[in-house]
Unconditional design. Structure first.
Length: 235
């Protein structure tokens, strides 16, 4: 409302009314929701009868004054570069091991290690290294970020299962040989070990698929407001 000042530059009124425009039946109207009363030593604010923060604002909280700043929480660029370089070196090393395994697969020492199973370990290692790169990638787009999260889970799980499954199957074959030392007893074939690896991968795939269908375990994004400035939001 109107404000008047006296000759000393002070307010002549002892009460200041606060009003708000509200839409009633499609027509905006001005409503008084509170006032400030001035006394000799102090001043205080009070709501009008029937008014409160909940009637003043839809959620009881004033809306943002300005444009909120939304940012995504990311890893340190230095760490991302270091991890990506190490992962790239690991992929190159895995390719070198694959070439070595193919060239010398007929050699007795390499043949004893089961070259076919070595290929699976190399594949699992490459998947794990690629998952490191995807873990360092972030996006402001929720759809893309959700896709990255799913890719991370699948790459890491399948890569670990391939490596661990082959190591477990080879360990089982060594156990089988030493506990069946008969000369006429044949060792376990590679296809048996491959079946063990496939069984482990199948179990993990079922777990991931079931987890993806349960609402409580789906990948979601959430916003966290900074305590210092409520208009800054990290995703």
């Amino acid at each position: 409302g109107q404000v008047k000042f006296n000759e000393n530059g002070a307010r002549s009124d002892n009460v200041i009314l606060y009003q708000q425009y509200r839409v009633l039946n499609g027509v905006p109207a001005r409503y008084s929701f509170g006032y400030v009363s001035f006394e000799t030593e102090r001043s205080f604010f009070a709501f009008e009868t029937g008014e409160s923060s909940s009637t003043l604002w839809s959620d009881g909280v004033p809306p943002y004054d300005g444009f909120p700043v939304i940012g995504i929480t990311t890893n340190s660029i230095a760490l991302v570069v270091i991890y990506d370089i190490v992962a790239g070196i690991g992929i190159i090393f895995a390719i070198v091991c694959f070439i070595f395994n193919v060239i010398f697969r007929k050699k007795r020492i390499v043949k004893l290690t089961s070259p076919n199973l070595n290929h699976i370990i190399i594949l699992g290692s490459v998947l794990l290294y690629i998952s490191v790169i995807f873990y360092s990638i972030s996006s402001m787009n929720k759809t893309i970020q959700s896709t990255f999260c799913n890719i991370r889970v699948w790459l890491f799980s399948l890569g670990y299962d391939l490596c661990f499954g082959v190591i477990l199957s080879k360990t089982w074959r060594i156990y089988y040989i030493f506990h069946n030392p008969k000369p006429n007893k044949k060792g376990m074939k590679d296809w048996v070990l491959l079946f063990i690896v496939l069984l482990i991968i199948s179990i993990d795939i079922i777990i991931i698929l079931v987890g993806s269908t349960v609402p409580q375990s789906r990948l979601t994004s959430f916003e966290v407001a900074e305590s210092g400035n409520s208009q800054e939001i990290n995703v």
